[in-house]
Design a binder for this molecule. Sequence first.
Ligand SMILES: C[S@@+](CC[C@H](N)C(=O)[O-])C[C@H]1O[C@@H](n2cnc3c(N)ncnc32)[C@H](O)[C@@H]1O
Length: 315
Amino acid sequence: MPLRYPALPRNYLSMEALTAQINLTEAELKLLQTLVYQECGMYFDERRAHFLKDRLQRRLKACQLDSFYNYYRLLTSREGKAEMAVLLENLTVNETSFFRNKPQLDLLQKSVLDELLRRKQERRDWTMRVWSAGCSSGQEAYSVAILICDALAYYYLRNPLPFDMPSPKPLIPPPWKLEILASDISYASLRSGAEGQYTDAQMEPVDYTSRLRYFEKMGEKYAVKQPLKDMVQFDFHNLKTEFLPRRNDIILCRNVMIYFDEAEQKRLIEKFYHCLNPGGYLFVGHAESLFGLSTKFKMIHENNGTAYQRIEVGV
Ligand SMILES: C[S@@+](CC[C@H](N)C(=O)[O-])C[C@H]1O[C@@H](n2cnc3c(N)ncnc32)[C@H](O)[C@@H]1O
């Protein structure tokens, strides 16, 4: 006899059933694994399947459903969109820190920015656009904002321009402009990034000079000062989709692709190629590389820092 599953709306469970673990069959696991992959690119192989199973059990209980097939049906239904967002939120690893992978950020601040600023100045293009893709709670985007503000001030000292300097002196000397987009699929992360308040422990990698210049004390926490905050815009973008923000000079997508399989990594790198301006730069995580995934970027390696520059085909 074919199995019959109860239709939505869901079946509510007794207290005993709620505390018991509900059996997750191999077939149900495969269905949910595939659904998550299709939705956000995260791939749970055997090594990480226990994490997926654990989070699925939790969500099943929270939704008070009696089978994983019913949970799958909820996720794929129109009314299940909010639950899909919650599930993805539960599956993401949001670990991050200020100035993560310092040698790479040194390369960005010293060599990459110098080259980019010089090239932009020649074209009288004064806007620098940076995208932190998979930004978690914002530390990466604010770190880069700090590095670029400092680098631009120093660049301006050596290459002054005939523009009036407003008073008080802005963080970015005119006519230069800095626009940083910080995106993620976790709404909780985006909220905390936009709030821009960090604990003592989170602030540990930030030196005193930067704390004084870019943060103010708010109770127990350090809050990003408004002028720096204004440069960073937090927004939802799922890297799995085709419509991603274009015309970037720099993209940082660090410690995100490690959760994707090779096919998805290749697709994402191809999308990043098109989201970069000609000669733009891509930064990936310490344990990630473009080796074997794309030939459209030139690797730059200096003092333990690595970046990838977009190669202009046919140039
Ligand atoms: C480990 S954190 C990395 C944060 C930061 N880039 C860093 O290196 O410190 C990975 C982030 O990628 C986000 N993420 C995972 N899959 C994503 C997707 N398909 N689209 C956008 N963000 C995603 C997660 O929500 C998480 O905040």
